[in-house]
Design a protein around this ligand. Structure first.
Ligand code: MG
Length: 225
């Protein structure tokens, strides 16, 4: 089977960010209001729902810019902080803090097998894109992680208006390619693997107890074999 395109998920597949959103909100609260007594569990329970990727059936194509996205997302940040005791007058600076903290690329780390996998794809001449349910700044984050030389395009749900597993997200990532020649590699059985298969692509699950391959390098080697 000829491989014309490989599509990667980002978080949990190519890179990880310790503590993700809960830790981010807690760190920002710590920096702005010491001795608040709020735990990561308190924040985690506020963040169980309300992210755009929790409603993948609902497109948000009306959002056109990073600022629009953060304005929409700010409602969840405000609600979460108010629920743990923040004051209304603190919210603006907490929101700004969350944006700059979360978009700080130095807090993301590539998994150790990723560069070798990317090099194998470059050697094979296979185009590579990233398709992620993520913040608008994902392009800058992947660039700072050193992926520019390996990735042809980065699609983030924040700016394309569709969250995986919405079929349109995969359609946008595969534009110009026949879906049956494209492989999606990701760590989420629903958003990545099943979503890709529903869109006519091949889905490969990695870094998951039920994964097809244990990591990205093994998956890439199998796809290229
Ligand atoms: Mg993921």
């Amino acid at each position: 089977m000829s491989v014309e395109l490989v599509v990667f998920d980002f978080d949990g597949t190519l890179a990880y960010r310790p503590g993700m959103w809960s830790q981010c909100l807690l760190d920002v609260f710590d920096s702005q209001r010491p001795r608040h007594g709020v735990t990561i569990g308190d924040l985690r329970s506020q963040l169980r729902d309300g992210f755009p990727w929790h409603q993948p059936e609902t497109p948000h194509t009306q959002i056109r810019s990073a600022n629009d996205w953060w304005r929409m997302f700010g409602e969840l940040i405000d609600r979460s902080y108010l629920a743990v005791g923040a004051e209304i007058e603190e919210l603006e600076s907490l929101r700004d803090g969350v944006r700059s903290h979360f978009c700080d690329a130095s807090r993301f780390h590539l998994y150790p097998d990723v560069v070798e996998a990317m090099q194998e794809l470059r050697t094979a001449g296979v185009p590579v894109v990233i398709l992620s349910n993520h913040v608008p700044e994902l392009v800058a984050i992947t660039s700072e992680l050193g992926l520019d030389g390996y990735v042809d395009k980065v699609f983030t749900s924040a700016l394309i208006g569709y969250e995986k597993p919405h079929a349109e997200a995969f359609g946008i990532a595969c534009r110009g390619f026949e879906p049956s020649t494209a492989w999606m590699i990701g760590d989420n059985p629903t958003a990545d693997k099943r979503g890709a298969e529903d869109a006519g692509m091949h889905g490969v699950l990695v870094r998951h107890p039920d994964g097809d391959h244990h990591n990205v390098l093994a998956a890439v080697q199998a796809v290229l074999a």
